[in-house]
Design a protein around this ligand. Structure first.
Ligand code: FES
Ligand code: FES
Length: 154
């Protein structure tokens, strides 16, 4: 979990999201629908974005998991995090961790996506505040490296 091994004592059928939030205190992944529909709970499992509410923790045992708390590396924000800071594509922010993890997953597989590819990749992330256009713009900016220099060095 974010580079650290954690023994888990709970029922192996518990969702990964439950264990993250209730056992490990990692509350960045949000409980939205709890039914695999909204994307608010997305984390990276072996580098790919997954819905933590829809995965039993037994499927994640022994595998690499990264949550929003562990996405920054060496004191540097992930480019998608930087882009979100730059463009603020959120209002309440509830969907934001899941959006960022989905964007990070996309760029790890496709570093130079088209707008259409970004829209397709983000299709499973729901924002009740309606900030979709700026989310797409932020991910494209992260991919294109067009952030302000000061944003890159934060
Ligand atoms: S809380 Fe997991 S998809 Fe909605
Ligand atoms: S910013 Fe409020 S749900 Fe997306």
């Amino acid at each position: 979990m974010n580079g650290v091994a954690h023994p888990i004592s709970l029922d192996r059928d518990r969702s990964l999201l439950y264990v993250l939030r209730e056992e490990l205190g990692l509350t960045g992944a949000k409980y939205g629908c709890g039914e695999g529909e909204c994307g608010a709970c997305k984390v990276l499992l072996e580098g790919l974005a997954v819905r933590a509410c829809a995965i039993p923790v037994s499927e994640a045992l022994g595998r690499s998991i990264v949550t929003i708390e562990g996405l920054a590396q060496g004191g540097r924000l992930h480019p998608v995090q930087q882009a979100f800071l730059e463009l603020c594509p959120f209002q309440c922010g509830f969907c934001t961790p899941g959006m960022i993890m989905a964007g990070a997953s996309l760029l790890s597989q496709n570093p130079n996506p088209t707008e259409e590819e970004v829209r397709t990749a983000m299709d499973g992330n729901i924002c009740r505040c309606g900030g979709y256009l700026r989310v797409v713009e932020a991910i494209l900016r992260a991919a294109q490296g067009t952030l302000r220099p000061e944003a890159r060095s934060r």
